[in-house]
Design a protein around this ligand. Sequence first.
Ligand code: TRP
Length: 334
Amino acid sequence: MCKKVALTGDRPTGCLHLGHYIGTLQSRVHLQHEYDQYVMIADVQALTDYFANPSKISDSLFEVVADYISVGIDPELTTIFVQSEISALPELMMYYMNLVTTSRLERNPTVKTELQQKNFGGEGIPAGFLCYPISQAADITAFKAEVVPVGEDQLPLIEQCNEIVRKFNRLYGVDCLKEAKAHLSQTARLVGIDGKAKASKSLNNAIFLSDSADIVKQKVYSMFTDPDHIKISDPGKIEGNVVFTYLDAFYRDKSEIESLKQQYQKGGLGDTALKSLLNETLQSLLSPIREKRKSLRRDYLYDVIHHGSIKARAIANETLREVKDAIGLNFFNK
Ligand code: TRP
């Protein structure tokens, strides 16, 4: 009867792109039928990066909600809510902070990679950044999520969350917190149109769900292919060829792609023909998404996150009550 809970979140730092679509948005559209699904706009977590520039976050919030709904996440089936509206989350985090050492946080592979990328320098590591895995554990456990659809880079955060769950339940002799499993997408991270790194907002190498048809076309035609494939008759390389990476990800007929690859490797298939095929493929994927987006009014988006946050708040409060009970802290609320 009672459906299991699935929960994910995104940091609202710009519009979502095809990497998000293939990475998790698509699976959320399926999972919402099987699970009681929550999707959180992680504005508090985004502040660990943008605390000095918070308008980036408030400017993106409604864009992200519009992206969700336009790809088919249905607010009737999925609770979409805003992290900063749920004050039980930082409260839970506070109780979990005693169960985690700073050295364990520093050893978390996701944190380690991000530390290298960020290079905090002289002032040292902000506590808010170092502790965000604990905050994420609060997000997941507050809703008793058993399934977390995320990319591979998030696995160490889920492991860290499960360590907290086990430690909490053991220490306080309860079973109110649930361990979660990652639900990984079939496709690995999508590379950017430049072929250099994963598609990302900051590198400006992504195709956004909200890009116009012209921009999509322009981006497809500027994709990195094989620089040595000059004449159509030249044999071409598949590896590192972004057009093939995107066709692999988005073109339905896999056997047709295989024969195109063979032809390309032999010589006789031009980049322009392939780009035109990819452009058609992406246009037919994105055009209904773009149309749906146009029909979404701001007050509707506001209502969606307002109601979602009220519902999410009640559930997180209930878990907080259980957690405080387990520790023996509910003095006035028995
Ligand atoms: N860390 C995730 C990201 O950067 C966002 C996130 C916050 C999240 N809380 C979560 C994801 C809870 C899954 C579950 O995209």
